[in-house]
Design a protein around this ligand. Sequence first.
Ligand code: ADP
Ligand code: MG
Length: 514
Amino acid sequence: ERSDGTDGQVSGATVVAQALKTQNVEYMFGIVGIPVTEIAVAAQQLGIRYVGMRNEQAACYAASAVGYLTGRPGVCLVVSGPGLVHALGGMANANMNCWPLIVIGGSSERSQETMGAFQEFPQAVRSSIYGRPGACYVDIPADFVNLQVNVNSVKYTECCMPPPVSMAETSAVYKAASVLRNAKQPLLIIGKGAAYAHAEEGIRKLVERCQLPFLPTPMGKGVIPDNHPNCVAAARSRALQFADVIVLFGARLNWILHFGLPPRYQPDVKFIQVDICAEELGNNVRPAVTLLGDINAVTKQELASQKSLPMNYYTVFYHVQEQLPKDCIVVSEGANTMDIGRTVLQNYLPRHRLDAGTFGTMGVGLGFAIAAALVAKDRNPGQRVICVEGDSAFGFSGMEVETICRYNLPIVLLVVNNNGIYQGFDTATWKDILKFGDATAVAPPMCLLPNSHYEQVITAFGGKGYFVQTPKELQESLRQSLADTTKPSLINIMIEPQAMRKAQDFHWLTRSNM
Ligand code: ADP
Ligand code: MG
């Protein structure tokens, strides 16, 4: 007798196997015996890879790991009684790990009225991968396995779709951005939920754009490479202990993370929790912000929300670094502009960076840039010179822009403008201050005129000027400036007037406001 359907008859085992195949199940681990042997044989015939193991526990561990690695549940096939009991360890482990898994157990014969149980398959797949992933158990009565039914009477449910992607509430996204922005010592904790969610690209962007230190949990390792400069794994205890804001990306505050409690953490540390499981939010601690949703989607929401905030030094340099040619000469001066720029803008070659130097002189930048552009023109045609100036530093020799234009040197000047020396004020605050008296009496000495259009200095001489306030405008104007090798340009980049680097006691947690 054949059970492959060629004679119109199909066995229960084949129906089970075909149902799994229809659900894109690729791997089955197990130990065969009565009544499940036929299921393994049928699965193999249909192209599902079957791995016979020596104990159901290991089989179940293997099947759950397949679920974690592929996002579709692996199947663990066991016999009833002891087989299932042995598999329980693996099921519990999968559940605790939030990994999708389907365990199929053969049980003793039952009457045919319960044939509806076949319909459990799609539901099993769905509940293993939707919401918080986990283990599912499907019980197959022995008489189903060998029962012959007409092939046309079997209807397979369509392959279960990947889980719908849920996003966090918009107000929570903004609140999280604000809490993170005001952090002095923020920390991202990257868990295996982030790995499972394939959130690596977004999280890396967030880390680099905001220069956030991060700590992977044991299985969160590799979401961003361990050798990334912002990885603080080597100082794990310190990082946990001194952080004032912690973002949890798919990591639970369980024993692995010391429950999120003192003395391993600051008593007033603010947690921002990102998880797909609502029940997890607020577990052990009272989070400052909860973001219920898929980590990958929520990360993208966070990145998008930042675009509507004023830029700070890190955002600016992140976007500049992305476009700079590796062999360009970087000239830089300013206080924060030069300091923070040095940490983010990379140099790959010797003698390709000129800055305020030993004497800490402001006003050297444009002269240096003119020299570099001349030497580049003679010795290295096509090489670009980028001059990164603070707004105050630019003021010391800004009129050399006329010189640059007179000799038509295609220097790209960036003025990182925070309306002041070290920091300044926005236009509204500046006006408020002036209400109290004459500017010489009341204006903080650090302030420069807010909203100054330094780009107009270059347009006065025929160069190209850009006034930019958003990352997008910055990207676009820099792209155009670098593409144009015939003309100098000046990009006046408005940043948050109070954006500053904050004093930190150990360097790998150092960063400014985002
Ligand atoms: P670790 O051991 O790395 O700290 P945990 O297992 O404690 O990680 O936490 C993983 C968390 O990730 C779980 O709370 C789980 O609900 C969550 N999770 C799993 N998949 C996603 C997803 N796609 N989006 C958001 N959270 C997820
Ligand atoms: Mg300034």
